[in-house]
Structure formats: structure tokens, C-alpha cells
Design a protein around this ligand. Structure first.
Ligand code: ATP
Ligand code: K
Ligand code: MG
Length: 678
């Protein structure tokens, strides 16, 4: 996706200003209790300003002063709305760009009688089959049921390199609006019109159905209770003032109240949340909810697939080891035969290796084959049943050992070979014919360069990384140690992943996982943060709460960092806001009572010119701090990996201490400027 780094540009600002006015509507303001009370205070001040045109007394005050205070309060409201509007506007700009890619194409729909009919894309319904040829734009979201093709997905992902999508694999999904570059595929429609991936994505970036996350709701409630407390503080100040012979005007009380309540975080809260979603989007992550992004920041355990995540792409067969009694060539042929209909990368690489040894199975006739046994993660085997009754199976060594009746004397040689391959990090696939183990195939994995540093970074962040693999424990241990992950699950079946996640969750941990296969769907759904690859199966994408457009399994790292950044930004602005409010109390109150209670004058360290100018300076400061922090809210506080307690201390120092000192300096400066005019 085209991610503009510019936080503010002219067009966005223009639209955002008018939105800021629209958002003044009480029905909208009510969603934000802190700012809503400011709006009520503003209405009170409008009334007081009107009255002061006719009546003049101590509590009503002068028209001019009331007018200025009212104006600043309105500006405060607009600034808060502006923050949200700017955050939303960036999403709207992205949505508009996406809408442009939504073209209405024609589709070659395949009818039941086998004929092809040209139809409009809007006429396609779920489960319809259509044919896409090289050069065609894919008319709807779907799964390839036949064939493979290279596809240009740049319209959606912004990535210009073509991708391969293939039937019967874990990367069989295609997206409407993308273009087939080569080959012909049959696609089964997976979404009804109007519910496509693109439609959902547009709705998402537009923020049309953005809902407050549980954390946001909790914080909103907390801020609302602060507001109530400060309302009481302000109201009880009045009898105290009367006792001290000080006249507090309505303008002073309303201003004091607005200064004390947490308007800074109140005004920036939703902008911070939207910006977090935006950052995820810029990383080509489609988060189905703000909650998912937020949860990512709190993750304790990361589950990562071995193949393709920790190791590069696919495993390849590199060696055939025939056991005693079988000659090399016939063993290679049997290996290839066992893979005749095995479309997994492993299966294909076995046929290729056999071909490189001049062994071909092109002469294998359909008439010889009775049944193909497809690979499944459950059985961890694949193979063929021949018409002559022979059964050929290859698979994980323990699965083959169970399937075969290996003679005790042969068992040792078999296990030795398996161990030898596994100890070097290879995957041993055993081959059995008619319940007899006749050899072992060596598959090799290559660990991704730079992956060790990534895991070191995770560790620094306090995260536990767990490698999950269907491989045997020896291979798994070797790869895990090389890559530097904290733990591994070997011989993992889909339900083992699910169990592991449940176990960690029961211990109070938040778990993230990335996956692409239908097999991964239950675990993706169970995980607190489940990321599916965009190329993955429909089931995986539906179960997950995020989709990665780049299909990059290491994206989990970025997602966690984006989540952490969101949480930290919100935490820091909250700390800053509350520290600010407390400081304002001590800045203004002594100034207010300086005349009535001369003793308080010693507390009036700031030496503000008059109670009026103290109040005025404080409301101005209170208003301008909101736009001053908009860039920080949108960009986010930079995240550096460190322990939670170091981070807390650091942030308290910067944002807490900063929050307490800044109002004293800011209000004093404004007071000096204001007094030039007063
Ligand atoms: N095409 C195949 N035919 C037969 N057996 C296979 C095939 N592919 C893999 N296996 C065996 O089944 C085991 C489980 O495979 P599975 O795809 O579930 O996990 P994996 O590919 O090893 O692990 P991961 O991809 O999660 O790192 C493999 O370790 C291997 O021993
Ligand atoms: K405030
Ligand atoms: Mg696999």
C-alpha cells in the first residue's frame, strides 16, 4: 500500500478542519465524555457571555473577558476534533486510492454443462467457478481449484514482484482486482458481491465501523471518573472562595474545571488508536479490529512455523539412501512413484531429484494406479496404491515405522540412518513398500540469514519464541538451536498447536501465531493474535484476526512492535496529560486566591500578573497542548526493545516529570504575552 510518511498535508488539513466542526454535534461528542463536559462548559459560557452583555456583577464578569474565554473553549473542542479528523482523513485517502483499483471486469464463468459464459463480475456468487487466463483481471475473490498462475497483486499490496498461486496448496487464494500474468486457472468464488476483501479493506481504512477497544473503553471510564473528581474539586472551591472573601466568576470556575480534567488525552485518545491501525496498514497488515493491534503489543509468546518462517521457502530432497537389499535406481523410482500425485513442495522435489538421477516416472500409467494417497498433516504420510496390489508410502519416519513391520535386525540400520540425517538438521522421510521399510529420503532446510538477530530482539522485548514443526524432535532441536528460538514443538499436528496455545493461555499468557494453511485455522482462531498470510487458504484468513498482504512470516515482529508502540504512546500521553492537570491546579489556584488570602502568595511562585490572566493563560495553554501533541499521537512514541520496568521508569521520567514542569513554563510565558494586551 502506498504509505505517505507525511503526517499532515494541505489537503488532509483542509478536510479535517471542516470535519472538526461537524464533530461538534453533541451526539458525536458524547462518545468522548471528557470533551463532552468541555462542550457543556462551553455552552454555559456562551450563555454567561450573552448575559454579561446586560448584567454586570462579580460572578458574571465582563463581556470581553467572557467572550475570550468562550472562544478559547470552542478552539479547545475544535483542536480535539481536529486530531481525530486528521487521523481519519489519512485512512480516507488510502480508501480512495483503493476504490480506484476496484474495477468492474467481466468474468468467464464456467457453467455446469462445461460451457463458458461471459458475465459481469457483479453477477458472480459464492461457489461459482470462473476461468482466468493470462492477461485477465481476476473478477472476484476465490480459491484456485485447478492449475497455477503467476499473479500481479500490486494493486492490493503495492508489491510489484509477481506471486505464484496454486491449487491444492496453502497458497491457493486469489483476490479480485489482481491480474493473472501467465497460465490459466479455475477459481471458485469465496465471497458474495460487496463483501470482497477489497470492500472489507476499504471499510476498514475508512474507519466506518471502528469500535472502541476494551482498553480504550477502560481508559475512557477512568478519564470520566477523573472528570467527576475534578468537577467536585471545582464546585467545592466556590464556598471556600466565599469564605476567603474572593470572588470567583463563572468564567474562572469553568476554565479551572476544563484545565483540570484530562483534556489532552481525552482529545487525542481516538487519534492514537486510529494511527495505530494506520501504522499496521502501512506495514501491509490488515487488522480486522483495533483490538487485535492493541493485543499484539502485549503478546508474551510467539508461535512460528519452521518451514518458510525460520527456514527459507521449501524443503528440498537432496539424497536417497536405499537400505540393504534395494538397488539405488529402483529405490529412486519407488521414491518418485510415491510422489506421483504429491503436489507438496517436498513431493515435487523428490520427483526432481529422481529425474536428476535419470529416473523418470513418465511411463507410470493410470492403469497401474489404483489410488493416490494424498499427504495429510494427520497421517504424515503420502503415497500410491498400485493395481498389482503393491502399496508405496513415504512419510515421517515414525509414521512409516508404525505402518511397516520392520524386522528387529533391520530396525537398527533404519533408525541409524534417520538419526544421522536428523542430527544434521535434515528431515528424514522414510519409504515403505508393502509394509517393509526400504530406505530414507533426505530433505534439507536452510535457515534464513539474519533470523538469529530477530530472535535476539524478541528476547530483549521479553517475548518467548516457539518453533512449531511437523518434523521429528532431532531435526527440530537442531534447527531451533541454530536459529536461537526459546522452545520448540516437534511432530506437531494441527491439534498440538491448538493445545499448546490453550496451555499458555491458561497460564495467563497472550499468544500470537502466524499461519497459512486450513490446518492452521483452529490455532489461528484460538490465538490472541492470529495472522494469516494473504496467500493462505480462505479458512486460515477467516480464522485469523490479521492478514499479511506480503505473506512474510516474520511480519509478526513488526506487528508486535506496532502494538507496543500504540500502547506506549497511549500510556505516555495519559501520564503527560494527568501530570499536566495536577500541575495546572498548583499553578492557577494560588494565583486565584492571592488577593483574598495573602498568605497563599508565597505559593504563587509563578508570579502571574492577575487572577484573570492566570486563568486565561491556563486555558490557552490547555488548548494549544492538544495540537502540539497531534504529531506525536499520530507518529507514535518510538519503541526501543527493553524490559518493562526500565521502560516504565523512563517514561515516567520523561512524560511524568515533563508533564509536571511544562505547564509552569508554558503558562508563565503565555501570561507574559497576554499581559502585553491586557
Ligand atoms: N509430502 C509429504 N509426504 C509424506 N510425508 C511428508 C510430506 N511432507 C512432509 N512429510 C512428513 O510429515 C511431517 C509433518 O509435515 P507437516 O507439513 O505437518 O509439517 P512440517 O512441514 O514438517 O513442519 P512445518 O512446515 O510446520 O515447519 C514432516 O516432518 C515430514 O516428516
Ligand atoms: K486539561
Ligand atoms: Mg509442511
Amino acid at each position: 500500500m502506498d504509505s505517505t510518511n507525511k503526517i499532515l498535508n494541505k489537503n488532509i488539513l483542509k478536510g479535517a478542519w471542516s470535519d472538526a466542526f461537524v464533530k461538534l454535534h453533541p451526539a458525536q461528542m458524547m462518545k468522548n465524555p471528557v470533551m463532552f463536559t468541555v462542550e457543556i462548559g462551553t455552552l454555559v459560557m456562551i450563555a454567561v457571555t450573552c448575559i454579561s452583555l446586560f448584567v454586570q456583577n462579580g460572578s458574571v464578569g465582563s463581556f470581553g473577558y467572557n467572550f475570550v474565554i468562550t472562544l478559547i473553549l470552542v478552539i479547545t473542542l475544535l483542536f480535539a476534533n481536529l486530531a481525530e479528523a486528521i487521523a481519519e482523513a489519512r485512512g480516507k485517502a488510502q480508501a480512495n486510492a483503493l476504490k480506484k483499483t476496484r474495477t468492474n471486469t467481466m468474468a468467464k464463468r464456467l457453467l455446469v454443462d462445461g460451457t463458458v459464459k461471459m458475465v459481469n463480475a457483479t453477477e458472480l456468487r459464492k461457489n461459482d467457478i470462473f476461468i482466468v487466463e493470462a492477461g485477465d483481471v481476476i473478477a472476484a475473490d476465490g480459491e484456485i481449484t485447478e492449475g497455477f498462475a503467476s499473479i500481479d497483486e500490486s494493486a492490493i499490496t503495492g508489491e510489484s514482484a509477481p506471486v505464484i498461486r496454486e491449487a491444492e496448496t496453502d497458497h491457493n487464494s486469489v483476490i479480485g482486482g489482481t491480474k493473472v500474468l501467465s497460465d490459466t486457472i479455475k477459481v471458485k468464488v469465496t465471497s458474495e458481491p460487496g463483501e470482497s476483501f477489497l470492500d472489507k479493506m476499504i471499510a476498514l481504512v475508512e474507519g466506518a465501523n471502528r469500535q472502541k477497544t476494551p482498553n480504550e473503553i477502560a481508559l475512557t471510564i477512568l478519564l470520566a471518573s477523573f472528570t467527576v473528581v475534578f468537577l467536585i474539586v471545582t464546585v467545592t472551591l466556590q464556598p471556600f472562595a466565599a469564605y476567603a472573601n474572593t470572588m470567583l466568576s463563572i468564567a474562572a470556575l469553568v476554565s479551572l474545571f476544563v484545565c483540570l480534567i484530562p483534556t489532552t488525552i481525552g482529545g487525542l485518545l481516538s487519534a492514537i488508536g486510529i494511527a495505530g491501525m494506520d501504522r499496521a496498514l502501512s506495514a501491509n497488515i490488515i487488522a480486522k479490529s483495533g483490538k487485535a493491534v492493541e493485543t499484539a503489543g502485549d503478546i508474551d509468546v510467539l508461535l512460528l512455523d519452521k518451514t518458510g518462517t525460520i527456514t527459507i521457502g521449501n524443503r528440498k530432497a537432496t539424497n536417497f539412501y536405499a537400505l540393504d537389499g534395494t538397488d539405488e535406481t529402483s529405490f529412486a523410482r519407488l521414491c518418485a512413484m510415491s510422489s506421483a500425485s504429491d503436489n507438496t513442495p517436498e513431493g515435487k522435489s523428490i520427483v526432481e531429484l529422481a529425474e536428476s538421477l535419470k529416473v523418470s516416472i513418465d511411463d507410470l500409467q493410470d492403469t497401474e494406479v489404483n489410488d493416490f494417497v494424498k499427504f495429510s498433516a494427520e497421517t504424515r504420510m503420502s503415497g500410491v496404491d498400485l493395481k498389482d496390489g503393491r502399496q508405496i508410502r513415504k512419510g515421517a519416519w515414525d509414521a512409516i515405522e508404525k505402518w511397516c513391520n520392520i524386522e528387529p535386525e533391520a530396525l537398527q540400520a533404519f533408525r541409524d540412518k534417520v538419526r544421522e540425517i536428523a542430527e544434521k538438521g535434515g528431515t528424514p522421510l522414510a519409504l515403505g513398500v508393502d509394509k517393509k521399510a526400504i530406505g530414507v529420503i533426505q530433505l534439507e532446510d536452510i535457515i534464513k540469514p539474519g533470523i538469529q538477530e530477530r530472535f535476539a530482539r524478541f528476547r530483549k522485548m521479553g517475548l518467548k519464541t516457539v518453533m512449531v514443526t511437523g518434523d521429528n524432535p532431532l531435526t527440530a532441536e537442531y534447527i531451533a538451536r541454530q536459529a536461537g528460538v526459546d522452545d520448540f514443538i516437534a511432530e506437531a499436528r494441527p491439534e498440538d498447536k491448538l493445545q499448546y496455545i490453550k496451555k499458555e493461555q491458561e497460564a495467563g499468557k497472550l499468544v500470537a501465531m502466524m499461519g497459512d494453511g486450513t490446518n492452521d485455522a483452529p490455532a489461528l482462531a484460538q490465538a490472541d493474535v492470529g495472522i494469516a498470510m494473504n496467500s493462505g487458504t480462505q479458512a486460515a484468513k477467516e480464522a485469523a484476526n490479521m492478514v499479511d498482504l506480503d505473506n512474510d512470516p516474520t511480519k509478526l515482529l513488526e506487528v508486535v512492535e506496532i502494538g507496543k508502540q500504540l500502547l506506549i504512546t497511549r500510556g505516555n500521553v495519559t501520564t503527560f496529560s494527568i501530570a499536566n492537570d495536577v500541575a495546572k491546579y498548583f499553578a492557577i489556584v494560588p494565583a486565584l486566591f492571592a488577593i483574598g488570602i495573602p498568605g497563599l502568595n508565597t505559593l504563587n511562585i509563578m508570579g502571574l500578573a492577575s487572577p484573570q490572566s492566570a486563568i486565561l493563560s491556563a486555558v490557552i495553554f490547555n488548548a494549544v497542548i492538544i495540537p502540539a501533541l497531534i504529531p506525536l499521537a499520530l507518529r507514535g512514541v518510538k519503541y526501543r526493545p527493553m524490559g518493562a520496568s526500565t521502560l516504565l521508569t523512563r517514561n515516567l521520567l520523561i512524560y511524568g516529570l515533563g508533564g509536571i514542569t511544562l505547564p509552569f513554563i508554558g503558562i508563565k510565558l503565555i501570561d507574559m504575552i497576554v499581559n502585553i494586551f491586557m
